[in-house]
Structure formats: structure tokens, C-alpha cells
Design a protein around this ligand. Sequence first.
Ligand code: ZN
Length: 210
Amino acid sequence: MGEEEKLEQQEEKIVMGGKADQIVNCQRCGKEIKVQDGHSFETEDGKEVYVCNDCIAQINQALEEETKNPNIFGALLLGLIAGIVCGLVWYFVVTMSNTEYAILTILMGWFIGSAVCKGAGNKKGMRLQIIAALLTAITLVLSELFIGLNFIASDPEVNMTISQLFLGSIFTGDIFNQLWEVIKNAGPIGLLIWGFGLFWAYSIPRPTKI
Ligand SMILES: [Zn+2]
């Protein structure tokens, strides 16, 4: 793709410049290689560095390992625990301060994303990215629901506790309407703040690129 095209262009440039036989050191292991036998990369400050074939093979293998056979059950389990912890923190902070903090959803996304990677056996990959984002979304929506129920239960005319209200809404099937209300009530700013968390959760298990 774009990266390959860039590499091809760079290689063309090398041949045209007559550098192909020049001896350089592999950036990773230090071995001396001819420019034409190495892979060239451009560093952020525009310098050209070379990596030998052996190192490229090792890097590719490590990257493959990183996404291979993730423990999905472990990812879900640890992600769920992280979600419950984050949900409680979110519930108490929002109930007490009446404010939704973007920094908190970012931390939440980071925490749940990291837990998912860890639970998967220190793995990354698309499936884990989706799991992390979904768990973060569920955590946010559910804790917002409880914040809403807390508000309802605080009305002295409503003679029910939060858990009674919650169980009631599950038994009557009203839970889905309530969850939908929570999403609608979040408003554009609220959804944006949630979005930061989702984006962060989705980013943490992203496979490493070279
Ligand atoms: Zn090397």
C-alpha cells in the first residue's frame, strides 16, 4: 500500500544515486550490509536508515506473534472486570460532581483497552480492538443508566431503591427503552466525550506497525 510505494520510491532513489554497493550498518543489529541488500526506512527527521534481511524477518515474526491466538475469554473477563471498576468510578464522579470529564473517559478507554490486551495474553489485534471499544461503550451506557436511576430513586415520592428500579426495568423489558433514553439524553457533547473513551479503547489493542 502507501508504505510499500514509499519504500519502492526510496529504493529507486538509492539505485539512481549509485549507492547500491555502499556499505551501511543495520540500524537494529549493527551488521554491515550493502545498501541494495537492506531495507531502507526514513526516520522522522528525514534520515535514511537501513535494516538487514534477518532483522526484518525477526521483526515480522514478532509482529505476527503479537496478533496470533489471542485468549478471547481472558480478554473478555479482564475487560469486564476493568469495565465494572471504571463504571463504578464514573458513576460516583458523575453523581457527585454532576460533570462528565473527557479525561476520565480517556482513562477508562486506556484502562479497559489495556485489560483486554493483558487478558488476551499480551496480544493485540482487530478483534481485541472491537471488544475493548464495545466494553467501554457498555460501561458508559450502563453507568449512565444507573446515574439516571439514582436520580429517580432520590425523588421522595418514588419509594424504590436503585436496584429495585433496575430489576423492575429488566423484568418489564423497559430496560431497552431506558438505555435508548440514556443515549439520546447524552447529547452531542456527551457523545463526543464518550467517543474519546471509545476511540482510546479501540486504539490500545491496535497492532504495532513498522
Ligand atoms: Zn540487522
